[in-house]
Design a protein. Structure first.
Length: 94
């Protein structure tokens, strides 16, 4: 029971939002996103989830635009840097 109480107390500090786009995520690398992140921070957001679209095959396999995690594309690297610069934690969910 104690682990559950500790988990709930930790979870109470998460105030997050998911940022999705109508495309595969190129908009996240735009100059407009930092101002949006500033606004979200003023609202108390401390977690941001980026949601690049993926494709789900008939067998349930999820695939998305491949990239090298050691050198991610700018459309994904920049919003992560921008969010971190504002003290936000980031989750990338395909």
């Amino acid at each position: 029971m104690a682990w559950w109480i500790l988990s709930c107390a930790w979870a109470a500090d998460i105030r997050g939002v998911t940022l999705s786009t109508h495309t595969w995520g190129a908009e996240w690398a735009s100059d407009a996103l930092p101002a949006d992140l500033d606004t979200l921070g003023q609202l108390g957001v401390n977690w941001v989830a980026f949601h690049p679209y993926a494709q789900i095959a008939g067998d349930g396999t999820v695939s998305f635009r491949p990239f090298d995690p050691e050198a991610p594309p700018e459309w994904l690297a920049r919003p992560i840097r921008d969010a971190h610069a504002r003290g936000m934690k980031v989750l990338v969910v395909p």
